[in-house]
Design a protein around this ligand. Structure first.
Ligand code: 2NL
Length: 375
């Protein structure tokens, strides 16, 4: 049944006339007219098919905002009704309206439960219209670099381990052979958590997780630990108070300086290209002995000197070294039988260097004009 047919059957013209025009002059005749409407609505509603097609017409015919029956009754019957009929019309309309709405709602639920169609089809939406296109984000340059770096180590058997950013001084310092009065433990360099019952701090490197891993599992250990680390510093173009780090640790019964050097060379070639050469410069860390800074030939000029490597031909990659035997004592590893190497790299630094980013704040401002350059 279409809306036009429905219209004919429910005396469409009645709703367009006033009650006076229809000859209703007493509350009784008004009541009788509403009772008749109730009945004719119930007949139609009961006959509407379950698939919702006729039901839609029914809803439109009765509750359509402008030319639905209920709106027309309000405009043409109620508003111009004489004072003697106002009450009867008002009551009749209210009852009819409540009844119509209740039945329609009930049927809507029944039809929705019965059909397999999704709501879009039930509601006659045009599914051929183009959808709303949402811009899909990309991984941030730091995240991309993390994945690049971790993949390089995963390929040679390193597992990824993560851990908390709030640590105890024991795991952040003591167990790494950084004693109480070492300058690295200065309040000036470390964020301590105020009001903690026992001392806690924001880790200054991800090494605490390497200590925790060695405490938990016997050698061999081959892990990389990514994560945010925190150091008190005056933010400028090259430093913030937080940076992203990856530390690596390999410990076994026969790991030598050659393994260390080979791993460093493999890493440099994977990260900067197969022609990359490396060199080690002596350095100092309390947790490695000997310690070294690892440099690589400049990926821009291949070593001949340019703006990126400040004419030196070399760029600094990361700090590393052979694990200081003192560290093994803290995790109950036997320093007589075990050896290993460790390294720590700044992800932000490496990302900036490789992708030519000149200012740290660019990495953290989330400016789309910057982010779009690294899709
Ligand atoms: C840097 C240098 C480094 C380590 C981190 C380490 C961890 C353990 C034992 C021995 Cl558990 N060493 N980590 C070693 C050498 C250097 O970081 O400049 N990082 C940003």
């Amino acid at each position: 049944m279409r809306a036009s047919q429905l219209n004919n059957m429910t005396e469409r013209s009645d709703f367009d006339q006033t009650l006076a025009e229809l000859g209703d002059t007493t509350p009784e005749s008004v009541e009788a007219r509403f009772a008749e409407l109730h009945r004719s609505f119930d007949d139609r509603a009961g006959g509407a098919k379950n698939d919702g097609s006729e039901w839609h017409d029914l809803v439109l015919f009765w509750t359509g905002r402008k030319s639905g029956a209920l709106s027309k009754i309000t405009d043409n019957w109620l508003k111009p009704a004489p004072p003697t009929l106002k009450r009867a019309v008002g009551q009749g309309l209210n009852r009819l309206k409540a009844h119509v709405e209740a039945v329609i709602e009930e049927q809507r639920e029944r039809i929705e439960a019965l059909t397999d169609n999704p709501p879009a089809i039930r509601n006659n939406f045009d599914l051929s219209l183009p959808g709303i296109e949402r811009a899909i984000g990309t991984r941030h340059l730091i995240r991309q670099t993390y994945e690049e770096l971790l993949c390089i180590f995963a390929a040679i058997g390193f597992s990824v381990v993560e851990g908390p950013e709030i640590e105890t001084p024991y795991y952040n310092f003591e167990a790494l052979n950084i004693p109480e009065h070492h300058p690295a433990r200065d309040n000036m360099d470390t964020f301590y958590i105020e009001g903690a019952r026992t001392p806690h701090l924001l880790r200054t490197h991800t090494s605490p997780m390497q200590i925790r891993t060695m405490e938990k599992q016997p050698p061999p250990v081959r892990i990389v630990v990514p994560g945010k680390v925190y150091r008190r510093d005056n933010p400028d173009a090259t430093h913030g108070y937080m940076f992203h780090q990856i530390e690596g640790l390999a410990v076994d019964t026969d790991i030598t300086f050659c393994d260390f050097k080979g791993t460093v060379e493999y890493f440099a070639r994977e990260f900067l290209g197969p022609k990359t050469k490396t060199r080690l410069r002596p350095s100092y860390f309390p947790f490695t002995e000997p310690s070294a800074e690892v440099d690589a030939t400049c990926h821009v000029c291949s070593g001949s000197g340019c703006r990126v490597c400040k004419q030196s031909g070399w760029i600094e990659l990361f700090g590393a070294g052979m694990v200081n035997p003192a560290v093994y004592g803290f995790v109950k590893y036997d320093p007589e039988k075990l050896s290993g190497f460790a390294f720590g790299m700044g992800v932000d630094r490496l990302a900036m260097m490789k992708y030519g980013v000149t200012e740290v704040p660019l990495l953290f401002q989330n400016d789309a004009r910057f982010l779009k350059q690294f899709p």
